[in-house]
Design a protein around this ligand. Structure first.
Ligand code: COA
Length: 170
């Protein structure tokens, strides 16, 4: 899968993305918005391990966001199981140098469109920590609807936070 968009390209990960991933992902501001399984500090070894996992998954559901020929962000689709097998969740991050240009809105929109067109999915959801208005805005602009606030759902950086549930359905 390769999506050539106006501001970025969404493509499969490559093992040689490691250096660029480690450079852009090693940022506490990014870590604050994502799950704790995203390492911080983010080393080249973390990048290599991630890329080995991402490139061996079938079907590949984790994608690189490439800007100006560099791997500067990621977007991953995680399929649901059992009675949730018609659903997926989406997660994403982007290097801080590239924030505020509409890049992730473009990537999230295109990836969710692609997934609805190519997989038998009826729901794609995302959960945003309540202290992350930029990510909530990305989802709103990508056509996701706000479904509710999950109180005290997240413990991040020693703080108990609400999370905001967004979804697009088909
Ligand atoms: C969240 C993130 C992906 C956004 O990527 P991006 O490419 O900068 O997003 P976009 O430029 O497409 O859109 C950002 C929107 O948020 C808005 N925004 C940014 N900071 C904001 C703030 N503090 N309050 C309200 N809105 C804010 C922007 O103005 C923009 O909306 P607009 O187009 O209506 O003006 C990026 O900041 C990131 O990687 N953060 C760290 C990791 C993370 O939080 N991942 C998401 C986990 S759910």
């Amino acid at each position: 899968m390769k999506l050539t968009l106006k501001q970025c390209t969404v493509r499969p990960w490559r093992l040689d993305d490691a250096e660029s991933v480690a450079r852009h992902a090693n940022n506490r501001k990014i870590w604050l918005g994502v799950r704790d399984l995203f390492p911080h500090p983010y080393t080249i070894q973390d990048a290599r391990e991630f890329l080995h996992r991402a490139t061996s998954e079938q079907p590949e559901m984790k994608f690189c966001v490439e800007v100006e020929d560099a791997a500067v962000g990621g977007i991953g689709v995680h399929p649901g199981e059992d009675v949730h097998r018609h659903t997926a969740t989406v997660g994403y991050w982007l290097g801080e140098d590239f924030w505020g240009r509409g890049i992730m809105t473009e990537a999230v929109t295109a990836v969710t469109d692609f997934c609805f067109e190519n997989f038998p999915l009826r729901r794609i959801s995302a959960e945003v920590f309540a202290n992350n208005p930029a990510s909530a805005r990305v989802l709103e602009k990508a056509g996701f609807s706000f479904e509710g606030r999950l109180k005290n759902h997240v413990l991040k950086d020693g703080k108990l936070l609400d999370s905001l549930l967004y979804a697009r359905t088909k």
